[in-house]
Design a protein around this ligand. Structure first.
Ligand SMILES: Nc1ncnc2[nH]cnc12
Ligand SMILES: [Zn+2]
Length: 354
């Protein structure tokens, strides 16, 4: 743990979280409660599902992204009603608020719900109700981004994108962007060029998971072919010095998720997340929780873990948080507000931290 004062400083910073999957906030004991309420039978041939405790201990032994995704998709199968989705997101926003998150751009995976006959509107109604509450009761501004699952046939993503309910959510601004997630290896970004071209034409924000387990070439094609304005994870970036310089010069934001990278064995330890390399190269990045219920920590825990591993200076932290504000998809006025809060925090804390 950093000294108590530094921990309080990290908490006080007006952090923007850009990379968290709302379904990844489903904690095992809630998962079991919802399974019982909604009459969902959890797999009986896997002893991990014997109890919330055994499930949680299985989460500590993930072997890869795909091993995690297996549990992630089973877990979310207990979400049925709009209230289930609302309660899940609200639980996340309460944690985010306690962590000092000021602005949250959150993902959800519509294809994983519509395939179970839970309608897109049910999911979006529930999540957007929680977003509205987060804004009015917690003062957290929010943005919802619909992610498409890259392990499924491309045509399924195009069909869902064109669906009337989905289009309505884009038109009315309830959902303002698309992302690309799920199994990465062998599903390179360029497969989804048509989907992203359509979304771009509609003025949606574009992001993609890239360079999490797969090499930097996935980051390159996410940028060149999908024309994303953000990269989720991107930890493979330093392996390509030219691309590293290009991303740094473009000021594109990487949404780095340190605890996730360790738990999913993309790196051995937090010290192997390329935080120092990104800072030295001038790459803009934010620090995020990805799937907090599965990876053992929320946004602040990720900041603390990075501080413990890299012992960053106050100025480096201020730079990271400023990059997060500037790289957010919120309105310019909100960015201005958050930058002023950041200035106030620095003024209040700098003398206490020397
Ligand atoms: N870390 C991750 N990578 C890819 N897809 C995901 N879906 C939820 N978490 C994910
Ligand atoms: Zn993710």
């Amino acid at each position: 743990m950093p000294p108590p004062t530094f921990h309080a400083f990290l908490r006080a910073l007006p952090k923007c979280e850009h990379h968290m999957h709302l379904e990844g906030a489903l904690r095992p004991h809630i998962l079991f409660q919802l399974a019982s309420k909604n009459n969902i039978t959890l797999p009986q041939d896997d002893e991990a599902f014997a109890s919330p405790e055994s499930l949680l201990s299985r989460y500590q032994r993930f072997t890869s992204l795909d091993d995690f995704l297996h549990y992630y998709y089973i877990g979310m199968s207990v979400l049925i009603t709009a209230s289930d989705f609302e309660d899940l997101a609200w639980d996340y926003f309460l944690h985010a608020s306690a962590d000092g998150v000021a602005h949250a751009e959150v993902f959800f995976d519509p294809q994983a719900h519509v395939v179970r006959a839970v309608t897109y509107s049910t999911v979006v109604d529930g999540f957007s109700r929680a977003c509205k509450r987060a804004e009015s009761e917690l003062g957290i501004t929010t943005i919802l981004t619909s992610c498409f699952l890259r392990h499924l046939p491309v045509q399924e993503s195009l069909d869902l994108f064109d669906d009337e309910e989905v289009q309505k959510s884009y038109r009315d601004g309830t959902v303002t962007g698309i992302g690309l997630d799920s199994s990465e290896m062998d599903f390179p970004p360029e497969l989804f060029v048509e989907l992203f071209a359509k979304a771009r034409k509609q003025g949606l924000n574009l992001t993609a998971h890239a360079g999490e387990e797969a090499p930097a070439s996935y980051i390159a094609t996410a940028v060149s072919d999908l024309r994303v304005t953000r990269i989720d994870h991107g930890i493979a970036l330093p392996s390509s010095p030219d691309l590293l310089s290009q991303i740094a010069a473009s000021k594109m934001l990487l949404t780095v998720c340190p605890l996730s990278n360790v738990v999913l064995r993309c790196v051995d330890t937090i010290a192997d997340v390329p935080i120092r390399k990104l800072l030295d190269a001038g790459v803009q990045f934010s620090i995020n929780s990805d799937d907090p219920a599965y990876f053992g920590g929320h946004c602040l825990d990720n900041h603390v873990a990075v501080h413990e591993a890299f012992d960053l200076s106050v100025d480096e932290w201020v730079g990271i948080v400023r990059a997060g504000i500037e790289g957010s998809w919120c309105a310019t006025e909100r960015k201005g507000e958050l930058l002023r809060v950041l200035e106030g925090v620095v003024e209040e804390w700098r003398h206490r931290l020397v």
